[in-house]
Ligand binder design. Structure first.
Ligand SMILES: O=C(CO)COP(=O)(O)O
Length: 120
């Protein structure tokens, strides 16, 4: 069982919910962690159990970063919106930096997320 973080920027939340619905059965085998709004949307869309952290802009990205550096997260699925500025861009950068630093598989789009999930 892998510990999987699920995060999406606002314009990508629908995409991540559809992706989670498509992979519902496989995701149910794992321990899921989500930032507040993303996690709630996934619970609503799929009925999956997701541990909810703070909303991203309120520290949820940093909580996931802390999980990574403490060895408590195995995979990060983070659908980033490349077309919008984020008020908490520094937190987004910190999270992706820590995932890279600790060699945690990081999927920023659907194709990569498909590949990563197939490997866990
Ligand atoms: O902002 C986010 C990631 O940077 C996601 O946070 P929410 O899931 O709370 O919207």
């Amino acid at each position: 069982m892998a510990r999987i973080g699920l995060v999406a920027h606002d314009d990508k939340k629908d995409d991540l919910c559809r992706w989670a619905e498509r992979h519902r059965q496989k995701l149910a085998e794992h321990e899921l962690w989500g930032t507040g709004t993303t996690g709630s949307r996934i619970i609503e869309a799929t009925g999956l159990s997701v541990h909810l952290l703070k909303s991203g802009p309120l520290g949820g990205d940093q909580q996931l970063g802390a999980m990574i550096c403490e060895g408590r997260l195995d995979v990060l699925i983070f659908f980033i919106d490349p077309l919008s500025a984020q008020p908490h861009d520094v937190d987004v950068k910190a999270l992706t930096r820590l995932a890279t630093l600790y060699d945690v598989p990081l999927a920023n789009n659907k194709s990569t997320a498909d590949a990563v999930l197939a490997a866990v």
